[in-house]
Design a protein around this ligand. Structure first.
Ligand code: SF4
Ligand code: SF4
Length: 219
């Protein structure tokens, strides 16, 4: 049953109470407001047309707010995203093309939207990474639930997940198309067309690897 909250008088609320506008024949007809709105649209139309004919349209990237905001023909024309723009996620790879993620679950733990699901697996016998780290058998992000906060990227100790694709989530017509699995996440590249991450990494088994063995011996 819905809980009823006691109502306070307006004078005790920290809020501005806006009265309804008085109903007059003028504002009920809406005609003056329609004319005002059409006036704004037409002034932009003529301004844009004049600038287009003269070739003097301001650069939509560098124009100042007071110059107005130039209409661009999206998606043929796109405004560049800022360098720190958080696009859809990608999983980064190592030199051998394998996934960098070690399935530690830090990202899914940090995710406030609980939209990351990971199933960890052990590397097979004979793989030099077996015993050091795991890998994600499944790695799924529900991009529809994601709030693009970037916490998963911050939480990752391996630089294995990034949001530097420069791609924003595209609209789909069904919910399951927003479920990005490991293959989809691995297929994305960064803005420079790279799949790797920026940070060098010591691999288990290589002499410079600073980790410890499963028995606790320093490697
Ligand atoms: S960006 Fe935020 S909400 Fe989206 S998957 Fe990462 S932690 Fe979760
Ligand atoms: S992406 Fe990073 S934080 Fe998430 S499970 Fe993989 S290694 Fe851990």
């Amino acid at each position: 049953m819905a809980r009823a909250f006691p109502k306070k008088p307006a004078s005790q609320l920290n809020a501005t109470v806006v009265d309804y506008a008085e109903k007059t024949a003028g504002n009920q007809a809406y005609i003056p407001e329609i004319i005002k709105g059409l006036g704004v649209s037409m002034s932009h139309f003529f301004k844009n047309t004049k600038e287009m004919l003269r070739g003097s349209r301001p650069d939509p990237v560098t124009e100042r707010l007071e110059d107005g905001i130039t209409t661009i023909s999206y998606p043929e024309q796109k405004r560049p995203y800022p360098d720190r723009f958080r696009g859809v996620h990608r999983l980064t790879t190592r030199d051998d093309g394998s996934v960098r993620c070690v399935a530690c679950l830090c990202c899914s733990t940090a995710c406030p939207a609980q939209c990351i699901s990971i199933q960890a697996g052990e590397y097979p016998e004979g793989d030099k990474r077996r015993g050091y780290e795991k890998y994600p058998v499944k790695f799924v992000i529900d991009e529809l639930r994601c709030i693009f906060c970037g916490y998963c990227v911050e939480a990752c100790p391996c630089d294995a997940i990034r949001m530097d694709t420069g791609v924003h989530a595209v609209p789909y017509d069904s919910r399951d198309q927003f479920i990005y699995d490991k293959d989809i996440l691995l297929s994305f590249k960064n803005k420079d067309g790279q799949k790797k991450s920026e940070n060098p990494r010591h691999e288990p088994g290589d002499p410079s690897f600073p980790g410890v063995t499963r028995l606790g011996d320093h490697h």
